[in-house]
Ligand binder design. Structure first.
Ligand SMILES: NC(=O)c1ccc[n+]([C@@H]2O[C@H](COP(=O)([O-])OP(=O)(O)OC[C@H]3O[C@@H](n4cnc5c(N)ncnc54)[C@H](OP(=O)(O)O)[C@@H]3O)[C@@H](O)[C@H]2O)c1
Length: 222
């Protein structure tokens, strides 16, 4: 039985945030799609509800300020916009769990390569911009297309890291509420750097083997 959480998603007009918003709503949560533009947010919400007319999805839309009113907030912007976007709504995020799913990557020729953002990771730089929020890093490795395809569960482990046990706990509860996803506690926010960077490896494997690989770990029972 899912306990519904009201979740705002900043930058939810892109494939990743939109897919996650749809998936969370389909899992019983109330979602607020955020954007720099209310029109784009409304269009993203309408696209989701039109695509899944038989599902009773609870999705609101507004600017990123409206989405920051959620009880938990996801940052789904490009990596170099994450801190600035979060800082712009910092007063609303005070005391809340904020989940950063951004990866700092660059395509160099035919290869994806990880970049090193300030503080070593995108999540670290967002936590520095939000000293009164509880940052968790998660959801980096799940392809947007799978998230947004509500006809199939997403079978994947999802690594979660944070310096705040309450953030790890809420983020893991949200992940576990989505069918076939399993949250794994990967440690402190210091681990965000390798988790984010590993996304480059995953994308590279997808290109090399023409697939969309997911991450699952053997040997862990929970
Ligand atoms: N795509 C995936 O499969 C996937 C999977 C896991 C994680 N991620 C991560 O999730 C994040 C979002 O991915 P995405 O593919 O959805 O990205 P995206 O389409 O490039 O951007 C998402 C949204 O961010 C907003 N945005 C763009 N530039 C901005 C700026 N300068 N300032 C503030 N907001 C800005 C835009 O929304 P508005 O213009 O409406 O404000 C845009 O629709 C990335 O960091 C990515 O690494 C992606």
């Amino acid at each position: 039985m899912v306990t519904p959480v009201r979740i705002g998603v900043l930058g939810a007009t892109g494939p990743a945030g939109r897919g996650l918003a749809a998936r969370l709503a389909a899992s019983g949560h109330e979602v607020i799609i955020g954007s720099r533009s209310i029109e784009r947010a409304n269009a993203a919400r309408d696209a989701i509800t039109a695509k899944w007319p038989d599902l009773d999805l609870s999705i609101d839309a507004g600017d990123n300020g409206a989405a920051a009113d959620g009880d938990a907030v996801v940052i789904a912007t490009p990596w170099d916009a994450a801190s600035v976007t979060a800082a712009a709504v910092a007063p609303q995020l005070r005391g809340k769990v904020v989940i950063c799913m951004a990866n700092a990557l660059a395509r160099i020729g035919n290869e994806f390569q990880p970049l090193v953002p300030p503080r070593g990771s995108v999540a670290g730089s967002v936590q520095a911009a939000l000293p009164h929020s509880y940052l968790a890093a998660a959801m980096h490795h799940i392809p947007a297309r799978e998230l947004g395809d509500l006809s199939e569960p997403v079978e994947s482990d999802v690594l979660v890291c944070s310096d705040h046990p309450s953030a790890t706990e809420l983020t893991s509860t949200l992940i576990d509420s989505m069918p076939d996803m399993r949250a794994l506690d990967a440690g402190s926010l210091a681990l965000a750097a390798p988790i984010e960077a590993f996304t480059a490896v995953l994308l590279q494997l997808n290109v090399r083997y023409s697939t969309r690989a997911a991450v699952t770990f053997t040997g862990i029972t929970r």
